[in-house]
Write a protein that binds this ligand. Structure first.
Ligand code: SIN
Length: 312
């Protein structure tokens, strides 16, 4: 936790997602005001990803079924060394198709120049593959195998949980293992957007189902950050993700308990200037309220813990 906090000098960075899968895109992020360079979730072998259309902007966000298009982990190991010259943290993100692959991927980045390793347990877009973090037995099994493969902090990219019993179970597992940070939430999987003129879904794969992003999911993301902030008792660094497009959004995530925020949909739409803009807007708010990131974090008013009263 302390290690992760010490690494990040700003509050806003890119999320593993759009425009971070090749070196030129990663260098664009490195040169921007993003607090770190988060790389695309990578797999053992390079992947083309799902059939087009696989990303559709919507009035309040986007739906996507990218299917993990990436150049294969060996390239990102190489990129983590190249990106060092920009003097900001480099975060690897890995997505295995089974426990052995997660082990191989985490090992590779433990022996790389990346500073942190995000383990994506929540990609919703691979046909026939469920999201690991919804299967607590599987999640624990994988964690047991990857938690001590090196000294770099590892973290988990989580899906949205919608039941407090699930947050509690996930938190219990996280606290039992050597996890330094969580990223919550991934896009909300298996949602459907229909183009009524075409009488079909707006994206192609998985019968048109895809991950919902942007404003649509912000209240769910905020709730996940808040609940984990309470359950993890400040022992685990929390990246908030989901619908952050302004300083106001970032401030809301800060109040909920996020240590930093990642942005995807707004980055896809606006480009790399979004990091500086959101950071500046957040700083304006903090200045106006005479607060700092540290003094505001988790300070949601009138929100006595819901969790204490919940049955186990
Ligand atoms: C994708 O490439 O399908 C998105 C990655 C993710 O949602 O984890």
């Amino acid at each position: 936790m302390i290690v992760v906090r010490g690494l990040l000098k700003k509050y806003v960075l890119n999320a593993s997602g759009p425009n971070d899968s090749n070196l030129s895109e990663l260098e664009t992020i490195a040169k921007s005001d993003s607090a770190a360079v988060m790389m695309k979730s990578c797999t053992i072998k390079p992947r083309e990803g799902n059939q087009e259309p696989r990303y559709k902007r919507l009035p309040l966000g986007a739906i996507q079924s990218m299917g993990l298009p990436n150049e294969g982990y060996e390239k990102y190991v190489e990129y983590s060394s190249i990106l060092k010259k920009y003097n900001k943290p480099v975060i690897a993100s890995v997505a295995g198709f089974n426990a052995d692959e997660y082990v191989a991927l985490v090992k590779a980045f433990q022996n790389s120049d990346a500073d942190l390793v995000e383990v994506n347990l929540s990609c919703p877009n691979i046909e026939g593959k469920s999201q690991v973090a919804y299967d607590f037995e599987q999640m624990e099994k994988i964690l047991g195998r990857i938690e001590n493969l090196g000294n770099k902090p590892i973290g988990l990219k989580l899906p949205a949980y919608l039941d407090l019993a699930h947050h509690k179970k996930a938190a219990e597992i996280i606290l039992k293992h050597n996890v330094s940070f969580i990223t919550c939430i991934n896009s909300i999987g298996n949602t459907l957007v229909i183009d009524y003129e075409a009488a079909g879904p707006v994206i192609k794969t998985n019968g048109g189902l895809g991950g919902l992003c942007g404003d649509y999911i912000k209240p769910i993301a905020l709730a996940n950050v808040r609940v984990f902030y309470e359950l993890l008792q400040d022992k685990i660094f929390i990246f908030g993700v989901g619908g952050i497009k302004s300083g106001t959004d970032a401030y809301e995530f800060l109040l909920a308990g996020a240590d930093a925020v990642q942005v995807a949909t707004v980055f896809e739409k606006e480009g790399p200037n979004c990091f500086e803009r959101i950071n500046n807007e957040l700083n304006e708010i903090l200045k106006r309220k005479n607060l700092t990131i540290e003094s505001a974090r988790g300070k949601l008013k009138n929100s006595k813990s819901l969790l204490i009263k919940q049955e186990k």
